[in-house]
Design a protein around this ligand. Sequence first.
Ligand SMILES: CC(=O)N[C@H]1[C@@H](OP(=O)(O)OP(=O)(O)OC[C@H]2O[C@@H](n3ccc(=O)[nH]c3=O)[C@H](O)[C@@H]2O)O[C@H](CO)[C@@H](O)[C@@H]1O[C@H](C)C(=O)N[C@@H](C)C(=O)N[C@H](CCC(=O)O)C(=O)O
Ligand SMILES: Nc1ncnc2c1ncn2[C@@H]1O[C@H](COP(=O)(O)OP(=O)(O)OP(=O)(O)O)[C@@H](O)[C@H]1O
Ligand SMILES: N[C@H](CCC[C@H](N)C(=O)O)C(=O)O
Ligand SMILES: [Mg+2]
Length: 486
Amino acid sequence: MKLHELIGYLHPFVDYKGENPEITSIENDNRRVTPGSLFICIKGYTVDGHDFAGAAVKNGAAAVLAERELPVNVPVIVVKDTVRAMAVLADAFYGQPSQKLHMVGITGTNGKTTTSHIIEQIFKDAGQKTGLIGTMYTKIGEQIFEVKNTTPESLTLQKTFKRMVDEQVDTAVMEVSSHALVYGRVHGTDYNVAVFTNLTQDHLDYHKTMEEYRKAKGLLFSQLGNAFNHEKPKFAVLNSDDPASEEFATLTSAHILTYGIDNHADLQAINIAMTASGTSFDLVSPFGVKKVNIQLIGKFSVYNVLASIGAALVSGLSLDDIITSVEGVKGVSGRFEVVDAGQDFSVIVDYAHTPDSLENVLKTIQQFAQKRVFCVVGCGGDRDRTKRPLMAKIACEYSTDAIFTSDNPRSEDPAEIIKDMEEGVKGEVYAAIIDRKEAIQHAVKNAKSGDVILIAGKGHETYQQIGDRTFDFDDRIVAREAIEER
Ligand SMILES: CC(=O)N[C@H]1[C@@H](OP(=O)(O)OP(=O)(O)OC[C@H]2O[C@@H](n3ccc(=O)[nH]c3=O)[C@H](O)[C@@H]2O)O[C@H](CO)[C@@H](O)[C@@H]1O[C@H](C)C(=O)N[C@@H](C)C(=O)N[C@H](CCC(=O)O)C(=O)O
Ligand SMILES: Nc1ncnc2c1ncn2[C@@H]1O[C@H](COP(=O)(O)OP(=O)(O)OP(=O)(O)O)[C@@H](O)[C@H]1O
Ligand SMILES: N[C@H](CCC[C@H](N)C(=O)O)C(=O)O
Ligand SMILES: [Mg+2]
């Protein structure tokens, strides 16, 4: 694409009539620039991309998009906000790929990864080729690509959509983090279905207040657009048991489908019963009452399944087929994952890293635990500090043996993080073992027949970040080894 054509997609006041080179790629990292690239300078949290314009030109950049003039010998196009401009250019450069996919976006504090996998499974069972973008990876069909963020910045995102289009993907399911919504990473992404799971405390380091955090999540719904396209209708799938849904409904003109358990909803689960092999419920729907038996455990899993059924139903799939699919879902890596090395006590690895998810998982365990419940838990460094005492309190309240430990301390002192946790449990009995491996070994050594050990916070993660180093660490492997050493 020629530079002039590309610039034509920007704000009409952007005035550029200079040279018109062929733009072969768009990059925002000078290390990825090749001859013919347009280099976009982004002011980051760590460094300022404007400082790398010279290096980008050395690598062959044909033009630079920046927020100020720069001393380089290629055209510099100046805009007010390069992050906003990047989203527009990425969408245009890759041929507006999100408009060619059936797009399902999921936001909410907890359950995004789980729900996205359930939805992926339903569409796969319906014979579609799927794409998935989220915390664990990006997937195109069965190909897996590593990721750094739950929701990548616009350039990577649009490039991924383009690849999905090229590989004949029908439906793309993605997690949309609150950071992504605030930072405009999904500007231009044309969702057909926007799903809300729930809103509870997390990320207050970034959003400061729950109100700001709620506003961030609401952006997914306000960005669903206002026009009625009857050939490609838009839907908001909202949790009727979460008070934020009422506000989100007002933000969009899209059709609304609600799901819930406690409050009336278009899709409501009643008569929920936990069985040895999962959870069963009656689904009250516009198509009558249907019995559903899922292999997942807990009330929170019922919410994720209801949200997934809702997203698939508004996408035009048949309810009976959808139910068959969700009944086949075995669970998602690191979410309530059982570690079975033949021991006579249960070990569960779960990605609960917020107060609400920890409480949900421990309450679910209480429903079947007969004896002691050990809870190995830590809180991430360089993240919301205010959740630390709350998570510690929940661990002590809903388990018999709380063991506080480290979970990616990053640049913080792990002992100080545990001190923050301890603020929430003055006078309670607990153990504090900084080394996560030792903490897991301690629980495994002390567990007796019939006990349950929950290892919370890291789920699928295969690393521990201490300082600026990343070490191999997998709760499931460490637990298995500890069991085998017993
Ligand atoms: C705070 C934050 O959001 N940071 C994101 C941001 O990094 P940054 O601002 O530090 O970037 P930077 O390193 O300063 O670089 C600025 C610019 O200079 C460029 N650069 C940099 C170095 C160089 O040598 N050459 C060069 O050109 C960079 O490519 C970039 O364009 O831009 C990066 C690239 O897009 C992101 O990967 C990074 O996410 C970091 C890893 C992160 O931890 N983000 C968290 C807060 C986050 O976004 N989390 C949510 C999930 C939350 C949830 O679970 O709900 C998510 O969606 O992942
Ligand atoms: N609907 C839900 N409500 C509350 N807690 C949930 C729900 N679904 C899952 N959880 C809990 O939250 C944990 C994380 O789930 P999941 O990874 O699906 O969430 P996420 O929203 O993708 O998280 P992240 O923001 O880190 O990407 C699970 O391990 C489980 O403990
Ligand atoms: N997406 C979340 C994941 C937290 C996982 C937990 N293991 C931690 O490192 O705090 C975050 O970056 O806050
Ligand atoms: Mg996730």
